[in-house]
Structure formats: structure tokens, C-alpha cells
Write a protein that binds this ligand. Structure first.
Ligand code: CTP
Length: 413
């Protein structure tokens, strides 16, 4: 499967370009997030609208002007987990072999560290020409995966070698190339967003959490091959490859969390600590005297997860205003494996923005402040840490053997 994997599909100009539409469909069916980049001659064979409709994203065809991005090739190149060029014409193969970057497709390839898969398609004479042979050999030497063309009908009624490999074959090559992610076989639960505790059918007690951080973590875990369950209050979109449970209140979130049995629990949600004891069945009307709303504590979801035996690896979050002292205390006492703290009053680090400045706090009180980064980068670095912790503990077999009852440094409750 390619759930959550980011695939750039480069289409160059040959009659096989129509098959690239099937390829885009097969890739999305496998769960991949696909972005298409085309050459000018590809657009003679197939319209951008076709790819946009299949992938749900606009096609990139130009380095300058048309795109909303100032640097579409570097953005796309960095975004990609893998780049597939299909069909790859003789001219595109030659450009790739030379490292030329004069169009959006070749510039994206050059601006990327992602593995490259090419599926050549051309007439037999062109495929067998010494120049093409040389280019293919050079690409293979550079580590490019070449899915060789098959034999069959070619453009203009010709028959021979040069027909682009079938989309299924190319998908299989892509799956082999990016392989299993580092979190393959690991189940990850992520909670996200702020809970809403009803006062009456119209009003609620809530908080400013947008769910962006939690969603970014869920997407990154999916990209790394994990089996992801996202319990969220947020309306933000998520990839079809993960299991999403939509909730609103702390009680609903607790129930959803209870139904999961993850190896890793990342509790990024901002759960209300108190809720109205009863929600009025009808809208509370304006009266001379303001109503009194009695509150009661909500269930502590994190405490429930930490108390499980066997217990998953637990990452807690703490949104603070001001000093991190309270967060350090939480890291020491809540029984988490690590705590991600942020000061939500700091610019660029709070709710509803795309960046975050967090401090990682370990159960022994050690702190590791990270610089201001996009939330996607925070998610990636956090999952690097989770992978390290899982690796360290795979020796002790916690994740693979559910029978043990662990004593861990954070279990100081
Ligand atoms: N959390 C939870 N259930 C709650 C409240 C919080 O699972 N009812 C989780 C959050 O998802 C977060 C962590 O606990 O991962 C810390 O949340 P926070 O609100 O900072 O902690 P509290 O213990 O509620 O501390 P405070 O007194 O600061 O509210």
C-alpha cells in the first residue's frame, strides 16, 4: 500500500501519456497523495483537467508565472517521497541523464532527494538508439529505477519494443522502491483538536485548539507506514488511509480512545478539564439574572491510557501560558514517555497557526527546546523520537509482547 505516501507523477509527451491518467488513478487508489507535473509536449496529449480531477490537485506545468508558488519545483521536490516519470520520452530521459532542468518536470527531479522511477515509452528505434541506451545506463548507475518498456503496438500503427509498462507494473515498482515505512506494523493513536462541552444546543465550552498539530502528526505517522487512528474534533481534512473518528466532547473522545489498542498514543488534543454538569435541552434564553452553570471534571483520557497494562508508548502535550515549570511537573508525574510543551501565547507557536515552537520534556525533567518550525516539521521530528524510543524498547519487547507490566521512569504517579 501507499497510504499517505507522497508521489510526484511526471508526465512527458508521448502517446502513452493517456496511460499516465490510469497510473494516477491506481496510485490514488493505493492511498498515495499524487501531484502531477507535466512537460509542454505532454499537454499536447492529455489535458491538465484529467489529472486534476483524478488527483484532486492542480497540475504543475510551468516553472514561472502560472503557479501560485514562487518555486514550484523545489517545493514539489522536497515534498515528494518518490518521483515517477511515466511516460518518460527519449528526450526527457536524455535531460534527466544530463541533469538538465529547463522545464518544471526535470527541475523538480533535480530539486529532489526522493528516489526516481522512470517508465520509458518511445518507438523501437529510439529505445534501441545508442544515445538512449547510454542515457538509460547512466540513469541506472545513478540509482534510478527503470521500468522497462514492453513489446506491442506503438503510435502510428507500428509494433515493437517501446510500449510503456502497464500502470500496475509501475505501481509495483513504486511500492518496491519506497518500500515499507519505518513505522510499518506499528499502530498509532493520535488525538487532535479542542473538545466542545455543550451548555445548551447552541453554546459550548471550548478552547482555541485547531487540531493542526495533531493532524500533522497523524499524517506523518501514516506516511511512515503506521496504522493510524485519528480521534479528532477538528474539521480539518485527513488522508483516506487513516482511520478517523470524529468526536466533539471529552466523553466521546474518551470512548473512542478506549476502543483502540495502540502501540503508540500521541495525545495532542486540548481536552476540556471541566464540562457543564447538564446541558440544557433547549437554548437558554436571556433573563434578567445570568444563569449559573455548574461544572464537573471531565475524564482524564491520558491517565486512562497511561494506566493500561500493557501500556502503549505515550506522548502527552501541554499547552502553557508563560513558564514551562508546570509542563516539567506534568512530564515527571503523568507517566508519559515524553511531553511536548508549548507556550501558546508566543507568536507563531499557538493555536490555528502553521508553525510551532515546542519544548520536549523527558520524564526525568530534562528539556530540549526546538526552534520555531512548521507543524509538519515538528511532527516529523517528534516521530523520529518516537521511532528511537520504539527501537530502544524493542530490545525489551514492549511493543511486540503485550504481556508485560512495565515500570518506567515516568510512572511516578
Ligand atoms: N488530557 C487528557 N484528558 C483531559 C485533559 C488533558 O487526556 N481531560 C491530555 C491532553 O491531551 C494532553 C495532556 O493531557 O496530552 C495534558 O493536558 P493539559 O490540559 O495540559 O493537562 P492537565 O493535567 O489538564 O493540566 P492543567 O492543570 O494545566 O490543565
Amino acid at each position: 500500500m501507499l497510504a499517505g505516501r507522497r508521489v510526484v507523477l511526471g508526465v512527458s509527451g508521448g502517446v502513452a501519456a493517456y496511460k499516465a491518467a490510469y497510473l494516477a488513478r491506481r496510485l490514488t487508489e493505493r492511498g498515495a497523495d499524487v501531484r502531477v507535473v507535466t512537460t509542454e509536449s505532454a499537454r499536447e496529449f492529455i489535458g491538465d483537467q484529467t489529472f486534476a480531477a483524478i488527483t484532486g490537485h492542480p497540475v504543475i506545468g510551468h516553472l514561472f508565472g502560472a503557479s501560485t508558488s514562487v518555486s514550484p519545483h523545489t517545493e514539489l521536490g522536497r515534498w515528494a517521497d518518490v518521483i515517477v516519470v511515466a511516460p518518460a520520452t527519449a528526450a526527457t530521459l536524455a535531460r534527466l541523464a544530463q541533469g538538465l532542468s529547463e522545464d518544471a518536470l526535470t527541475a523538480t527531479v533535480l530539486a529532489s532527494r526522493a528516489p526516481l522511477v522512470v517508465a520509458p515509452a518511445m518507438h523501437t528505434e529510439m529505445w534501441e538508439h545508442p544515445a538512449t541506451r547510454r542515457n538509460v545506463e547512466r540513469l541506472e548507475r545513478d540509482g534510478v529505477v527503470v521500468v522497462p518498456p514492453g513489446e506491442g503496438p506503438l503510435a502510428g500503427g507500428d509494433v515493437g519494443v517501446g510500449r510503456m509498462a502497464e500502470p500496475e507494473e509501475i505501481v509495483a515498482a513504486v511500492e518496491r522502491t519506497i518500500g515499507e515505512g519505518p513505522l510499518q506494523g506499528v499502530s498509532v493513536l493520535v488525538t487532535a483538536g479542542g473538545t466542545r462541552e455543550p451548555i445548551d444546543p447552541v453554546r459550548f465550552l471550548g478552547n482555541r485548539s485547531s487540531g493542526k498539530m495533531g493532524h500533522a502528526i497523524a499524517e506523518e505517522a501514516l506516511r511512515r507506514g503506521a496504522d493510524v487512528t485519528l480521534v479528532t474534533t477538528s474539521a480539518l481534512p485527513s488522508s483516506p488511509g487513516l482511520t478517523r473518528i470524529q468526536v466533539e466532547t471529552a466523553a466521546e473522545m474518551e470512548q473512542a480512545v478506549e476502543r483502540t489498542d495502540p502501540d503508540v498514543a500521541i495525545l495532542a488534543a486540548a481536552v476540556a478539564d471541566f464540562r457543564p454538569v447538564t446541558a440544557a435541552p433547549e437554548k437558554i434564553a436571556r433573563t434578567a439574572e445570568a444563569p449559573r452553570i455548574e461544572l464537573e471534571p471531565t475524564p482524564d483520557i491520558l491517565a486512562g491510557v497511561v494506566a493500561r497494562r500493557p501500556r502503549p508508548l505515550v506522548v502527552g502535550f501541554a499547552a502553557e501560558t508563560g513558564s514551562l515549570e508546570r509542563a516539567v511537573r506534568k512530564a515527571k508525574t503523568k507517566g508519559v514517555d515524553l511531553l511536548v510543551a508549548n507556550d501558546v501565547t508566543e507568536e507563531g507557536a499557538g493555536f490555528a497557526v502553521d508553525t510551532n515552537r515546542v519544548t520536549i520534556i523527558w520524564p526525568d525533567g530534562r528539556t530540549d527546546p526546538w526552534p520555531l518550525m512548521p507543524k509538519s516539521a515538528v511532527a516529523a521530528r517528534l516521530l523520529d523520537l518516537v521511532e528511537e524510543l520504539l527501537d530502544r524498547e524493542s530490545g525489551s519487547g514492549r511493543v511486540s509482547s503485550p504481556a508485560e507490566d512495565l515500570e518506567r521512569p515516568g510512572d511516578g504517579r
